[in-house]
Design a binder for this molecule. Structure first.
Ligand code: NAD
Length: 456
């Protein structure tokens, strides 16, 4: 088997870089380095660990533009989006730089003495990440894991490993000790699988497809590893007739075509109240037509290509089914894994395009009669990650939000991911939460200590 991995630029189909291909042996070596570095790293005083994380955030900020260009080229994402994502990486490290000094426990009255809890780091943590938001999703795991005193082995997706490799270099440059951050870029079935089964790995934090997440949870059971899973989605964008329809239609395209639809939070099922369907579709057609699809490095581009030829084939298979194509946007010809933004309407919630995660720029529009039907349709999915509710009726918005089986919702907006608020799924979208004030809980064990104060 080849010793190197070709990393392809999706907008040109040219090889962007060749990197060493990590297999099981490299995974073992990385775990050994992380294990050796753990005792010293956990012993670093909290304020010093905080200072190092701030230095890392500063170093990442200094490399902001170069990381953004690398991410844009490797993942095929618009440069403006890449800049925003690398900005979030910096913000994530700053946010969790405060965490080492806030790993608090409880003091609990018990007979004969004092009970209290402390939070202990887990040890070596494996972080396995997808290709759609490469360094951003890695940062959601890296920052709280390191803040809590763990050492890490990060396995990025083999299609988009370049910013992770740069990250390892920048972490050393910022002063993190050798072995605290280890990156292994290799195939999931070999390198990733080895990390999941490795007896010296205490936890796997995984983001990726539900199918691979299921196999990771099963493999991790062998060593009773802690696992958190951020998986797929098929989120609903519920538009009631009393909403600001022009605004809802204006932002709906980027809620599903942002990152070329390769977004676990994509609101790819647009549920529209029947009485407003025609008005909404007219406005949607206009906003899809206005989307700028093209060269990821050109300023102003809003949508780039798909990640690979295989992904394009999968996405195309959803467009030739029973559901009629209502809107088709533009996409460049020629080299690059391009796919035009596409809206299918009307679609039944039982259609394959409404049930499966397409992970491409294809949205389905499903009409509904009333609030009860909207909630029932939205919840009729194996997934429960994200979603939006558009209405001017505040009580209805909150009622629907409370009824939806979904981890992260937004009302009159299509954004729901913030560094300071928890993110994660219900149902087969996974378990565990990243981001927000409690993310370090997932990288620590609670230890209870009883101190006897009475003589017997
Ligand atoms: P994937 O599941 O194919 O791969 C994810 C990672 O797992 C990659 O690094 C891959 O190499 C590795 N992997 C594959 N098989 C493995 C195995 N047997 N053992 C260990 N590791 C293995 O996902 P992808 O195609 O890279 O990403 C797209 C998927 O990720 C979509 O389903 C999307 O919804 C999901 N996703 C979820 C979130 C979220 O936060 N919920 C965020 C982004 C993406």
């Amino acid at each position: 088997m080849s010793e190197t991995l070709d990393v392809v630029e999706p907008a040109t189909e040219a090889v962007l870089a060749q990197i060493p291909r990590a297999g099981a042996e490299e995974a073992d070596a990385a775990v050994a380095r992380a294990k050796a570095a753990f005792p010293a790293w956990r012993a670093v005083a909290p304020a010093d660990r905080a200072r190092l994380l701030h230095r890392l955030a500063d170093a990442l900020a200094e490399h902001h533009e170069e990381l953004s260009v690398l991410e844009a080229r490797n993942a095929g994402k618009p440069i403006a989006d890449a800049r925003g994502e690398i900005g979030m990486v910096v913000d994530t490290f700053r946010y969790y730089a405060a965490a080492p000094e806030r790993l608090l426990g409880d003091t609990i009255p018990v007979p004969g003495g004092l009970g209290f809890t402390v939070r202990e780091p887990l040890g070596v943590v494996a972080l396995i990440t997808p290709w759609n938001f490469p360094l951003t999703i890695a940062a959601w795991k890296l920052a709280p894991a390191l803040a809590a005193g763990n050492t890490v082995v990060l396995k990025p997706a083999e299609l988009t490993p370049l910013t992770a490799i740069e990250f390892e270099r920048i972490a050393l440059e910022a002063g993190l000790p050798e072995g605290v951050v280890n990156v292994v870029a290799g195939p999931g079935r070999e390198c990733g699988r080895r990390l999941v089964e490795h007896p010296d790995v205490a936890k796997v934090a995984f983001t990726g497809s539900t199918e691979v997440g299921r196999s990771i949870a099963a493999a991790a059971a062998g060593t009773i590893k802690r696992v958190t899973l951020e998986l797929g989605g098929k989120s609903a964008n519920i538009v009631f007739a009393d909403a600001d329809l022009e605004r809802a239609a204006a932002v709906a395209p980027l809620a599903v075509f942002g990152n070329a639809g390769q977004d676990c939070c994509a609101r790819s099922r647009i549920l529209v109240e029947s009485s407003a369907l025609d008005r909404f579709m007219d406005a949607l057609e206009e906003s899809v037509g206005a989307l700028r699809v093209g060269d990821p490095l050109a300023e102003g581009t809003q949508m780039g290509p798909l990640i690979s030829a295989g992904q394009r084939e999968t996405v195309a298979s959803f467009v030739n089914g029973d559901a009629p194509v209502a809107i088709r946007g533009e996409a460049p010809e020629g080299p690059g894994f391009w796919f035009a933004p596409t809206v299918l309407c009307p679609v039944s919630n039982d259609d394959r395009a409404a049930r499966e995660e397409i992970f491409g720029p294809v949205a389905v529009v499903i009409p509904f009669r009333d609030e009860a039907e909207a909630v029932a349709l939205a919840n009729d999915s194996i997934y429960g990650l994200s979603g939006s509710i558009w209405t001017r009726d505040g009580a209805k918005a909150l009622r629907v939000a409370r009824s939806l089986e979904s981890g992260v919702l937004s009302i009159n907006s299509n954004t729901s991911v913030r560094v300071s608020t928890p993110f994660g799924g219900f149902k087969q979208s996974g378990y565990g939460r990243e981001l927000g004030p409690h993310a370090t809980d997932a990288y620590t064990e609670v230890k209870t200590i009883y101190y006897a104060t009475d003589s017997q």
